[in-house]
Design a protein around this ligand. Sequence first.
Ligand code: PMP
Length: 392
Amino acid sequence: MVPPVKHRLSERARAVVPSLIRDASRYCDELGALNLAQGLPDFAAPAFLKEAAQRAIAADRNQYCDPWGLAQLREAIAAKCARDNALAVDPATQVTVCCGATEGLNLALMALLDPGDEVVVFSPFYENYRPNLATVEAKPRYVPLSAPDWRVDEAVLERAFAGTAPRAVIVNNPANPTGKVWSRQELELVARYCERYDAYAITDEIYEYILYDGAEHISLAALAGMAERTVTVSGLSKTFCVTGWRLGYVIASEPLTAAIRRLHDFLTICAPAPMQHAAVAALEAPADYYADLRRLYQAKRDRLVTALYRSGFEPVRPAGAYYVWTDAGVLGAKNALEAAGRLAIEAGIAAVPGDCFLPPGHPNCNLRFCYAKSDQTLAAAVERLDRWSGHG
Ligand code: PMP
């Protein structure tokens, strides 16, 4: 008899807990609940993009391409950075195309951090940051922000940089799950502290085009003195409704890019080649495309926020991204996990419990709803909420 394998998993693997967001999608399917949990649109990707991808596949652009990203795509990204982000970027030495902002973030962390390094994470934060830091054995230094505006002021940064200086700060602008859009003043404060304490900034700008009520997106790297110490991560998933294409990119100074490219090459070789051809078409979208995108999501936001208020929730109106963070006390649950369970069973709607966006063990009764959903799905969600709360 062959003895059973005694698994000895790495500490790194054991430090990573399963994603509550992806878990919520799974139980949602089992319960037949509406999925307002995971951040993925349930409507069609733009036709011009699908056609461009089909053309690339038919033309046999199906093999590995330049690991740094198709030259044409890197040029389109640099042009977009100059046009929309006030960033002067050399496509030959400062742009790396990778498999989603997810790979981009991991590359940034791998390139900049050693085990034990501390990284400022403003809380609530995007779920992935915690496991991503765990896999490079870096330590999050959680700095809480408060609703409704999640403002970052001098006192917040004093706390963030107190004691031994952190090695890096992660800024998520616009932010998931809060919808916070960082003001110039807040970014300038971050820049000042990064310079004073010689820290890097990693900025996750995946929602840069999803902004409401005239909010403006400012890239941290565009601030004076920040280009050299900032790694900017973004991608196509959210702006172009193609989360499954796995296309992202990292912008950094030349020496940082050299390190990021080495890591990327051995991690994934290259991002999906036919999708990169299509992405060139995406980045050439007319200005109307972006205005329509903002209008589309603003209408969806207003619809869901209004319905949540009516049902007794206390949502914080987001200024960007496509999530609503809300207090869920109305469900009468003892914590967020129970609240999410009750909402799924009683109302047939799945949302993500606040736990995965907060430091471990942080008691809360918050839920995150995603409204990147078709009008049909949102109408059904509103109806279910109204029926559940007795307003229907
Ligand atoms: N960053 C944030 C803040 C996100 O919300 C997400 C997606 N949920 C990502 C990164 C991942 O983006 P991508 O699909 O480009 O990997």
